[in-house]
Design a protein around this ligand. Structure first.
Ligand code: MN
Length: 430
């Protein structure tokens, strides 16, 4: 297709690196073979992995202090889909789009669906926004939305969510993600229990409107925008609400929405055990909700999360069908480069988790052999699986070196000419 990175360029760039890759891949295949692991099966798994890209992620993000837009930023949802197409064109694991309403609200849903499918993309999850006021909005969310004390505000927030579902239905989406910024800044401001009751009452109406086959994902966040108390502050309240609502309601884990050093992999295991894991918003974090690129700060944590996921996948735990999405704020990088490298980091952690010798791990756990248990995990985590990832991309028609090909393509430079600078929409991150 003429509107993207050309097939010729990908073939030319891949051609230059293919001989070395084949050599590395064969070498790794022999190494893994000695441990009884079939490299071809791992490559197939890497090719089958999928993570969705957020429509808002291809624009430059920002903080509450400033936003520094990059050149050639997408100005509307169609241009955002062009950028998403480039990402999937090169990494081959990101055909799904997570759509934000109203930042990326389509004027004509049919047109958007066609535009996406022409580019090999589809819409999988909708995302509502009742954490900021829109210009044409009647009532304010300053003091909350789905849990607001005032029934008309709650009604307005519910109706917005129902509209998201309607738009999603037309686009072929299958899930709806709800994150609310409701909370309080001062002790005494919010009646904790009553706020949860009001939230649940609102969410029941949204739940009742879910089309057949749809699921609703509830996202929690420790703090911000509220700095004293947050309505859905952790997985416990998220689980409670999901359980109260019913089987189609599940708890979504955003890696950045926890206090530093919280054992997220254990939260993941808990939600799997309770059959309530919706899936993920992947990103990384150093202090608070930084929304840094997945795997950039704590790759071992990411691996440990995937260790739990792969264990559940192998065991075929009932109800285990997590949705993977990226949710990051790209403040200083080209969002296309960040999203491509993040997607690759997820496939890396996924493949490494498949390298874990589970027989030895389980035996070590039963024997209380902590050293051997950790060593078993580390053996998988320290394995360099880059040749598997590159071979998987190559076989799927992607790039051996996605960032290298992207830079060689001059895509951003071309877009900088085609898309004159503007303020941008959807700089926020949920
Ligand atoms: Mn999120």
């Amino acid at each position: 297709m003429g509107f993207t990175v050309s097939d010729e360029l990908v073939a030319e760039q891949n051609g230059a690196g293919l001989a070395a890759l084949e050599e590395d891949y064969a070498h790794l295949g022999r190494q893994l073979g000695r441990r009884g692991i079939d490299i071809e099966r791992l490559t197939e798994r890497a090719m089958a992995f999928r993570v969705s890209v957020p429509s808002w992620g291809v624009g430059t993000g920002g903080t509450r202090f400033a936003r520094f837009p990059g050149p050639g930023e997408p100005r509307n949802i169609f241009e955002k889909l062009d950028d998403c197409h480039v990402i999937n064109r090169l990494v081959r694991v990101t055909p799904g789009i997570s759509l934000h309403i109203p930042w990326d609200k389509p004027e004509k849903g049919d047109e958007l669906k066609g535009y996406a499918s022409e580019r090999g993309l589809f819409f999988d999850s909708m995302n509502s926004n009742t954490f900021q006021d829109q210009p044409d909005q009647e009532l304010s969310y300053k003091f909350g939305s789905l849990s607001h004390t005032d029934p008309p505000v709650r009604k307005q927030a519910i109706e917005h969510n129902l509209e998201c579902i309607e738009i999603g239905k037309a686009l072929g989406a299958r899930s709806h993600t709800v994150w609310v910024g409701d909370g309080g800044n001062f002790p005494g401001q919010v009646h904790f229990r009553r706020a949860v009751d009001r939230y649940l009452e609102s969410l029941r109406e949204i739940y009742a409107a879910l089309p057949d086959g749809w699921r609703v994902f509830i996202e929690h966040k420790l703090y911000e925008p509220a700095f004293y108390s947050t309505l859905l502050n952790d997985w416990g309240i998220s689980y409670y609400c999901a359980r109260e609502l019913g089987p189609k309601a599940l708890s979504l884990v955003d890696l950045g929405h926890h206090a530093p050093n919280v054992n997220i992999e254990m939260i993941v295991a808990r939600l799997i055990q309770m059959e309530k894991l919706a899936g993920f918003h992947f990103n990384d974090s150093k202090y608070g909700d930084d929304d840094l690129d997945a795997g950039s700060i704590k790759p071992f944590q990411l691996f440990l999360v995937f260790n739990e996921l792969v264990e559940a996948e192998i065991e075929e735990v009932p109800g285990f069908d997590p949705a993977y999405m990226l949710d990051q704020s790209h403040n200083v990088t080209d969002p296309i480069e960040s999203l491509m490298t993040s997607a690759v980091e997820l496939v890396r952690a996924y493949v490494q988790a498949h390298l874990v010798d589970r027989v030895t791990l389980h035996e070590s756990q039963e024997a209380n052999d902590a050293v051997m248990a950790l060593q078993t995990l580390k053996q998988a985590f320290t394995a360099d699986v880059a040749p598997i990832l590159a071979m998987a991309r190559h076989r799927a028609g992607g790039a051996l070196d996605p960032v290298g090909v992207y830079r060689a393509s001059g895509y951003r430079k071309r877009k900088a000419e085609e898309r004159p600078a503007q303020g941008g929409s959807g700089s926020g991150i949920v």
